[in-house]
Design a protein around this ligand. Structure first.
Ligand code: A5P
Length: 222
């Protein structure tokens, strides 16, 4: 059983004709997008906005009508994955580096649905290194300021040196081990000059869909 596939496809039950939908990024929501493409080919009428260049390309290739940000001010749904899900639907996202666009898109959705496999459920956030998107200029200064919040920020690298986001920024992966007050950390990080956004999604998710290894799909509402 592919737990990500089960959870990603289960999100389709919340899609209705005429909706405007935010499409997340990653290997779970990949399955949502594939299924959505099939439904569009069968006549479903929706429009979507992507949270990354990768998702934009995938969705457009499947024939899903794509929106630009100038055409929207709110969405009916946003569907995305997560790296950690703690009680109260507190999330860490951004493992794929798309956290800024993901947060912007989720913030204008009337309903934000998170789909994930059961390995993403945790009692407390922080074992997964929190991705923080920072501007390239002076990133070492930004790293030093983040370090004072209690972690050792590591510059994310790719095959050609530093990893660049779709927004041409850098990612610092910050392992806090345990995040005792996610809302406070979210505010503290975003008040550091040079930080663009961080991967804490607090008070945003309305629905969490979990694929379990026994083949069951669990749907939790806030
Ligand atoms: C992308 O930047 C992330 O926020 C993803 O949503 C998250 O990393 C989950 O990815 P998977 O669905 O691939 O596990």
């Amino acid at each position: 059983m592919d737990m990500k596939k089960m959870a990603g496809e289960a999100a389709l039950q919340f899609v209705r004709d005429g909706m405007r939908i935010g499409l997340g990024t990653g290997s779970t929501v990949y399955w949502t997008i594939i299924k959505l493409g099939e439904r569009v080919q069968q006549g479903l009428n929706i429009q979507a906005i992507a949270t990354s260049a990768k998702t934009e390309k995938l969705a457009a290739n499947l024939g899903i009508p794509m929106l630009q940000t100038s055409q929207i001010d709110e969405l009916d749904l946003a569907i995305d994955g997560a790296d950690e899900i703690a009680p109260g639907f507190q999330l860490i996202k951004g493992g794929g580096g798309a956290l800024l666009r993901e947060k912007m898109v989720a913030s204008i959705a009337r309903r934000f649905i998170v789909a994930a496999d059961e390995s993403k459920l945790v009692d407390r956030l922080g074992a997964f290194p929190l991705p923080v998107e920072v501007v390239a200029f002076g990133w070492e200064l930004t790293r030093n300021a983040i370090r004072k919040l209690g972690c050792d920020p590591i510059l994310r690298t790719g095959s050609n040196g530093a990893f660049k986001t779709d927004n041409a920024n850098l990612i610092l992966d910050c392992r806090f081990q345990e995040i005792l007050n996610p809302a406070q950390l979210n505010a503290d990080l975003n008040s550091i000059p040079g930080v663009v956004e961080n991967g804490l999604f607090i008070g945003m998710a309305d629905t969490v869909i979990i694929g379990h290894k026994d083949g069951k799909v669990e749907i939790m509402q806030s």
